[in-house]
Write a protein that binds this ligand. Structure first.
Ligand SMILES: C[S@@+](CC[C@H](N)C(=O)[O-])C[C@H]1O[C@@H](n2cnc3c(N)ncnc32)[C@H](O)[C@@H]1O
Length: 318
């Protein structure tokens, strides 16, 4: 595995000490789910503890006493409301599964990271690293790989691929999010990495890439339920996903490694995503699917938050 990964140490900047979290918290890296229940989740990002809504957390909290330690809370009662936001720094950095991410609260209650994707980051780095070094050239002559990340947001998956030594094309319709992802690349010492940063609408870009004959060895996409392209183009997952996937298929190289699809759209269960990929890929390789999970200490109940499916090619042979 690449040596860039650092062990999870508390690295949040801008606040004082961890004392405000009180005793009794065994810190697990820079991110952990602390508890969930009553329609909410309690998470720690470095030194900062946030309580935010989570519709599927229908159960009772396991650790009710912890919730009063939240540095800030967000709710959607009669609007979008942060409480205690003034206690937070404008931005801070947390190292999540070895990748440093700039975090900042948005008016929608987001932070610039979906921590449920972090297990997939590990898989992305490992799978691409193996594809590069276990191919016919071996570690002495690693195979160059080109990766496309669509709806790439703040770039966690992009950086996971770059850490495996791949060339990455990172695309998002929002210039602000692409700039944020570039900041994350810099935080990880990847400013000079071969990452192509594109601000564009996914559908238009895919059409242009097909016309240019560009190919990719791995493609990752995290389509929103509803989104807007660079010039306001409407993206609705139920109308547009099949066409997006078909376009992705035409961009896969002759020796592809994988296609990874993630979603937070209600109803798009793991098997729904897998069925979509099955129709696309035919008999070659294999399919896997699962739930994305927010996780913390072993005693904390895992919280499903989104789904994934992937098509993985058969290993390359000499
Ligand atoms: C990461 S995705 C979805 C995240 C999560 N799965 C969800 O549903 O909330 C969100 C990203 O897609 C981008 N996006 C939305 N519509 C787009 C489009 N038509 N073309 C390119 N990017 C788009 C947004 O700017 C945003 O950064």
């Amino acid at each position: 595995m690449p040596s860039r990964r650092r062990s999870g140490t508390v690295r949040a900047v801008g606040l004082g000490t961890l004392d405000s979290l009180g005793k009794g918290l065994a810190l697990v890296g820079d991110y952990e789910l602390l508890d969930s229940g009553n329609g909410a989740k309690l998470e720690r990002f470095g030194k900062i503890v946030l309580a935010r809504p989570c519709a599927q957390a229908l159960w009772q909290p396991q650790r009710p006493n912890l919730w009063e330690r939240a540095t800030a809370t967000f709710d959607r009662e009669g609007g979008l409301n942060w409480h205690g936001r003034e206690a937070l720094p404008r931005s801070w950095v947390a190292e999540i599964n070895g990748i440093r991410m700039k975090l900042s609260t948005t008016d929608f209650g987001h932070l610039g990271v979906f921590p449920e994707t972090r297990g997939l980051w590990d898989w992305i780095t490992q799978t691409l690293h193996e594809a590069r070094t276990k191919g016919p050239g071996g570690p002495q002559s690693p195979r160059p790989l080109s990766v496309l990340n669509l709806f790439a947001y703040s770039g966690g998956a992009t950086l996971a691929a770059a850490l495996a030594g791949c060339e990455v094309c990172h695309l998002d319709a929002s210039r602000g999010m692409v700039d944020w992802a570039k900041e994350n690349a810099a935080l990880n010492g990847l400013t000079e990495a071969p990452i192509r940063w594109i601000v564009d609408d996914v559908s238009k870009f895919l059409g242009r890439e097909a016309a240019r004959g560009h190919k990719y060895d791995a493609i990752m996409l995290d389509p929103p339920s509803f989104g807007r392209g660079k010039k306001g183009e409407l993206y609705k997952i139920e109308n547009d996903l099949m066409a997006t996937l078909a376009a992705c298929k035409t961009l896969l190289s002759d020796h592809p490694v994988f296609l990874l699809l993630t979603s937070h759209t209600p109803g798009l269960t793991p098997r729904v995503l897998q069925n979509l990929l099955a129709q696309l890929q035919g008999d070659q390789g294999h399919l896997e699917c699962g739930e994305m999970l927010l996780t913390g200490a072993a005693s904390v109940m895992e919280l499903p938050n989104g789904t994934w499916a992937r098509w993985v090619a058969p290993p390359a042979t000499a």
